[in-house]
Design a protein around this ligand. Structure first.
Ligand code: FES
Length: 102
């Protein structure tokens, strides 16, 4: 994997942090075991999850139309038909967040 150091891990758990990599938007989410990274677009109608999304400890909800995704897997749980979110490999190491883009 081609890991890239993207930012400090010093931001609150279970809050979305919007970042850009190679001019593309992503969200980072820290949790108790590490971190998650997703493309910053809902798979339903492409709105920014960093603006329309909300988190519980297990579910990411897009309030544009109410799709719920499993926070860890990105799998769609309920709401309008659409695809899953695709997790992007992400880790916390040395106090920083690292991601591996495809
Ligand atoms: S754009 Fe996210 S639920 Fe419709």
């Amino acid at each position: 994997m081609n890991w890239r150091q993207v930012c400090s891990a010093e931001f609150p758990k279970f809050e979305m942090k919007a970042i850009e990599l190679d001019d593309k938007p992503y969200i980072l989410i820290r949790h108790d075991e590490g971190c998650l990274c997703y493309f910053d677009r809902c798979s339903h109608q492409d709105v920014k999850l960093s603006e329309f999304g909300s988190l519980t400890d297990k579910i990411l909800v897009c309030f544009a139309h109410g799709v719920e995704f499993d926070l860890t897997s990105g799998q769609r749980l309920s709401g309008p038909q659409c695809g899953n979110l695709s997790p992007i490999p992400c880790k916390v190491e040395g106090g920083d967040i690292w991601v591996s883009l495809p």
